[in-house]
Design a protein around this ligand. Structure first.
Ligand SMILES: Cc1ncc(COP(=O)(O)O)c(C=O)c1O
Length: 448
């Protein structure tokens, strides 16, 4: 075991140290080599060191350098050193972190991290939290709590009776809701297509004056951080109107919720704590390893009612928090450990600095591109920049050249009918000089 893990460390360090010099996208040769994995299941055992060598030799070159400093394709932060190391250690512990009585160490770490997160985000002290795979499943958790509560209010027990014959629930979303939120609604039996879509403005913000009159069991879904523009909905105003009608307000803040932890950006989130459930990803802006999403629900009983199970063989009785009382999974890895380590290493000022620094990088990209004559299509309020290099085919060609050249990697999008390149900055590792190197590569690609 010792030699194997030391060798693993050596290989991981070599990988991380090599990221700066390699192209961000894998080469065609590296991708072609992947066919070597396509072999019949071996008849007998292979020693672990040979397995590792094969994995590293064939797998590592075919990775995209998302752990490096110049990947801006999606909101995919790198991994903070403390979070990476904690993740390795917790993997060695191999705790099935479902129940406090079985895995007290990781259950307590998760509870501590939850308290820190509530504090950072300014959420109510009593709200419950789920540590899950990502914002899609976190949305599922928050909306499951919402579904429970709005139906319980009219005397319907949805966990016991399902939705067959249940009073209908009105679900209101902004027209720019992330597709994964819509998917979560579908998974919960609330339908992908039966939602009421409220029109949005030129930044993708829910237009509050278009909120329809609400009555009966209702869930209103808002967004903190549009995936293209980074824009935020008007939480204070919409929450007040929704609550007057007895509706539940859910906020998808897959990356935008982190703005609450940064004094320079917190104004964007005004009134967000008035909502009833909130979602974010730790694998995005907190820079912990994949996968790691978080849901928070003001009414802890509603979330527990939707998620908890008991069985005679399970030691569920405890005064402490059972992690799996708040998640769809029973067996689960101790995701809270990575989150705890990231927060413990950064502290309050470190989180704020990470958010502000990456937002400043986004502004630097926008300024440089604009100065070169290219159109920025969004208000750059957060970490997102949408740039057009001309008409749609030209913009697509520039994106392709940038990806092939390898200094950096960005993807394309279509924003309200305009084809654009999307720049998302979220890695702790990105420096001013990485931004400048990437900007140079973009301008070279656009000029060629
Ligand atoms: C606003 C928003 N919601 C939800 C998601 C889905 O997150 P995940 O991929 O972690 O499930 C994303 C991902 O980019 C997002 O930007």
């Amino acid at each position: 075991m010792q030699t194997l893990l030391q060798e693993t460390t050596r290989r991981a360090i070599a990988y991380l140290e090599g990221l700066d010099a390699r192209p961000v996208a894998p080469t065609q040769e590296a991708i072609a080599q992947l066919r070597m994995f396509d072999e019949p299941l071996p008849d007998g055992p292979t020693d672990a060191e040979s397995v590792l060598q094969r994995l590293d030799d064939l797998g590592a070159p075919a990775t995209v350098a998302t752990a490096g400093a110049r990947f801006f394709g999606f909101v995919i932060g790198g991994t903070l050193p403390a979070a990476l190391a904690a993740n390795w250690l917790a993997t060695a512990w191999d705790q099935n972190s479902a129940l406090y009585n079985v895995t007290p160490g990781t259950a307590v770490l998760e509870q501590v991290a939850l308290g820190w997160l509530r504090d950072l985000f300014g959420l109510p002290a009593g709200c419950a939290g789920s540590f899950v795979t990502g914002a899609t499943v976190a949305n599922f958790c928050g909306l499951a709590g919402a579904r429970h509560a709005v139906l319980a209010k009219v005397g319907w027990n949805v966990e016991a009776n399902g939705l067959f014959g249940a009073p209908p629930i009105t679900v209101v979303v902004g027209a720019e809701a992330h597709p994964s939120l819509i998917k979560s609604l579908g998974l919960l039996g609330m339908g992908r297509d039966r939602v009421v879509k409220v029109p949005v403005d030129d930044q993708g913000r829910f237009r509050p004056e278009r909120l329809p009159p609400l009555s009966g069991p209702t869930i209103v879904c808002l967004q903190a951080g549009n995936v293209n523009t980074g824009a935020f909905d008007s939480f204070a105003e919409i929450c007040a109107r929704a609550h007057q009608a007895g509706a539940w307000v859910h906020v998808d803040g897959a990356f935008g919720l982190w703005a609450t932890a940064c004094p320079e950006r917190a104004h964007l989130t005004r009134g967000i704590a008035d909502a009833d459930s909130w979602v974010t990803d730790a694998h995005k802006w907190l820079n912990v390893p994949f996968d790691s999403g978080l849901a928070f629900v003001r009414d802890a009983d509603a979330l527990r009612a939707a998620m908890a199970v008991t069985a005679s063989y399970l030691p569920t009785e405890t005064e402490r928090r059972n992690p799996s009382d708040y998640t769809p999974e029973l067996s689960r890895r101790a995701r809270g450990v990575d989150v705890w380590a990231a927060l413990r290493s950064l502290g309050r000022s470190g989180v704020s600095d990470l958010i502000e620094r990456t937002c400043r990088h986004a502004r630097r990209f926008a300024t440089g591109l604009e100065a070169a004559g290219y159109a920025i299509l969004n208000d750059v309020v957060l970490n997102q920049v949408l740039v057009s290099f001309g008409d749609a085919p030209t913009t697509r060609r520039v994106i392709e050249r940038i990806q092939q050249e390898g200094t950096t990697w960005c993807g394309g999008t279509v924003w309200q009918g305009h084809t654009a390149m999307r720049i998302s900055v979220s890695s702790w590792a990105t420096s001013d000089s990485d931004v400048d190197r990437s900007l140079d590569a973009m301008l070279r690609a656009a000029a060629s």
